[in-house]
Write a protein that binds this ligand. Structure first.
Ligand code: PMV
Length: 313
């Protein structure tokens, strides 16, 4: 038996880090995907093949003893083959760069949960999301769940840690130019450094959270109106807040400067410390913005919003 699923990656448009402290964040799925094929095999084994390496293990291993970025797949396979008397082979194909804040691990968890669970039952999107978040917790215990949610449902959404997600109905037609710093970041350690910043600067952190909340409300309006210029201004403002909580660095600042020359605005996306930045463009300034990065030898590509989310075959 064989089952296949694919999930988009994501960018956080606004609100990263502040979302951990109760502010809303706005995320969107992007048209770069991870595809997972799962197949039952007669051998009692869990075999995972991917372009970042392979993993082959017997079932029933302790998750804490597995040291591999492919651990979420093992977790899902081991959980779902219980009492099935089969092994499983998983093949992963990805066009999302890894470990740079574009949701590659969440997309793996979502597509993995869908492909593996659907070998045995007709799981719903809600059940798949639940499984995906569980699997993501094996690599990042404190995940807010926002990434897996947007990878499952696609489109653009607001996310609140307590109230969950709310899909935004508008379908803005923008292009994001994404540039990769090629500095790998650990979301966990950057989140930890923001926690330290907060503990040392309670008052100014709380003011920043209030400002970010107000910014998010303004963004929701601008999204409805498809107001690129205003959205660009909010991106620039959000980047200032990210600078203040200390998650930027010289290379990222330089990239943002390049991104802002021709676009509506540019900022870090995700945890920061490395990873990617994006610049907001439309047809009028997409190419010029791409050229700014290429002229200075930075890796970049453009994406649009993915409105499909999880797809199963
Ligand atoms: O690095 P990413 O894209 O996984 O983003 C992490 C986002 C944070 O707000 C920093 C953490 C979280 O769990 O929301």
């Amino acid at each position: 038996m064989k089952s296949k699923a694919s999930s988009p990656g994501k960018v956080i448009l606004f609100g990263e880090h502040f979302v951990v402290y109760g502010v809303k964040a706005i995320l969107c799925a992007i048209d770069k995907r991870i595809t997972v094929t799962a197949e039952t095999i007669s051998e009692n084994k869990i075999l995972i093949k991917s372009n970042i390496g392979n993993l082959e293990l017997e079932p029933n291993k302790k998750i804490s003893e597995i040291n591999s970025p492919l651990k979420p797949f093992y977790y899902l396979a081991d959980k779902l083959i219980k009492n099935q008397n089969v092994g499983i082979q998983i093949d992963v194909e990805s066009d999302i760069p890894l470990g740079v804040g574009l949701g590659s691990s969440s997309a793996c968890c979502v597509a993995g949960a869908a492909a593996i669970s659907r070998l045995f039952s007709n799981t719903s999107k809600e059940q798949i999301l639940e499984l995906a978040i569980e699997a993501e917790r094996t690599i990042f215990e404190n995940t807010s769940g926002a990434d897996c949610t947007v990878c499952t449902y696609g489109g653009i959404m607001e996310y609140d840690k307590k109230k969950g997600f709310n899909k935004i109905k508008s379908e803005p037609n923008f292009h994001l130019v994404i540039a990769n710093s090629n500095i790998e970041h650990s979301t966990k350690s950057v989140v930890e450094s923001v926690k330290e910043f907060k503990e040392k600067n309670e008052e100014s952190f709380s003011i920043l959270c209030d400002k970010e909340s107000k910014l998010i409300e303004d963004v929701l309006k601008s999204l409805k109106e498809n107001n690129m210029k205003e959205l660009g201004n909010k991106i620039i403002e959000n980047q200032e807040y990210l600078e203040r909580i200390g998650i930027s660095n010289e290379k990222l600042r330089k990239m943002i400067q390049i991104g802002q020359r021709k676009s509506f605005g540019a900022k870090i996306t995700g945890a920061g410390g490395g990873g990617c930045i994006f610049a907001l463009t439309d047809e009028s300034n997409l190419e010029q913005t791409m050229n700014q990065f290429k002229d200075e030898n930075y890796d970049c590509f453009s994406v649009k919003i993915d409105f499909k989310g999880l797809d199963t075959f």
